[in-house]
Design a protein around this ligand. Sequence first.
Ligand SMILES: Cc1ncc(COP(=O)(O)O)c(C=O)c1O
Ligand SMILES: N[C@@H](CCCC[NH3+])C(=O)O
Length: 426
Amino acid sequence: MDHFEYRDGVLYGEDVPLSRVAEQFGTPCYVYSRATLARHFRAYTEALGSHPHLICYAVKANTNLAVLGLLARMGSGFDIVSVGELERVLAAGGDPARVVFSGVAKQEAEMARALEVGIKCFNVESRPELERLDAVAGRLGKVAPVSLRVNPDVDAGTHPYISTGLKDNKFGIPVDEALAAYELATELPHLKVVGLDCHIGSQLTEISPFLDALDRLLVLLERLRECGIEVEHLDLGGGLGVPYRNEHPPSPFDYATALLERLSKWPGSERLTLLFEPGRSIAANAGVLLTRVEFLKPGETRNFAIVDAGMNDLIRPSLYQAWQAILPVDTRKPRDTATYDVVGPVCETGDFLGKDRALAIAADDLLAVRSAGAYGFVMASNYNSRPRPAEVMVDGDRAHLVRRRERLEELWAGEALLPEDEGGSR
Ligand SMILES: Cc1ncc(COP(=O)(O)O)c(C=O)c1O
Ligand SMILES: N[C@@H](CCCC[NH3+])C(=O)O
């Protein structure tokens, strides 16, 4: 069941009419469904069944504390890429022993904090990072658990900005250099090799690139074994796509079944814990962005629906030419249908949420931009000095404000005038 659906012409999030959310909390506003988030998380754990596994939700997709807290209580681990994400996981009650730390540029202080709280492992992306981590761990008298992120050079078949597993991408250690990097890791006194990791990209809609990557990792695991290096876990990253429009990505079940089948041919695979780092497939379709039509502006060549959410609130359409469905929240009022570019208030021609959309709308109507639960609020900015929107979680017939809209004064907190400009004129 989809938890954002029309009932009698009105769009609901679970049992809450989205018009009520807009009235209560204003627009623009992100709305997440607790039941959908939980269902998406369970789809992974059920798909993996009894095979030892840990789902490490990719925090970057949606860092709202209520989202993290819900997943933490369901037993989720977390994939983080900064100490900021680590602190959010801890603040939400997440278990540090279930945290993996990815990212190409981990700083010493970030490593130190992660060692202090005792994370599960560092997904190390280069040889200099191994050396830095060894030095930091040595200074703290600790041993850092490491997994090397290998770049298997497979084409994920996704948007070039979100493809990460090609030779040309900055991520990971090239697969041909991985063995030598593992040897270095075993020699460094303050590191312990625990895993092997890859992440080939985001919004993948086919299983085959994942299987190609797995095949390459299994060849590497074989060679590691020959050198006496055994790992406890294999982390296949995130990347499973979602339907934004008419894509048909594999379900977590189909994906896991295909992987487990391929893996079963590898001796000892039943002892290898599988880690996954899904972000989008858990959060994207668990959220919408609510926005109100400010003005309709008919034109000679195009009609514009100018709404109160802009590229600063949801940048995916502008940045990746991403298509996200835009739906009227209340379809009961009689309206003429026209084709609109749905644009925001920001002073950029690239400020649009959708183009060429057939919509039956009038000024003041509410719209919902779908699939906005991942890479939505987290990528919002204050461009044009616009406060970032509120976030709301619906749960059955209740709507909880889980992050209030930013206040205007917060936009200049921490800034100062020059001393000579404080009050009075020169
Ligand atoms: C290392 C890593 N893990 C996990 C993810 C999550 O990816 P997705 O949201 O596509 O599942 C990303 C983002 O692409 C990533 O860079
Ligand atoms: N921000 C991207 C995904 C980035 C994945 C991060 N490695 C998107 O919205 O599609």
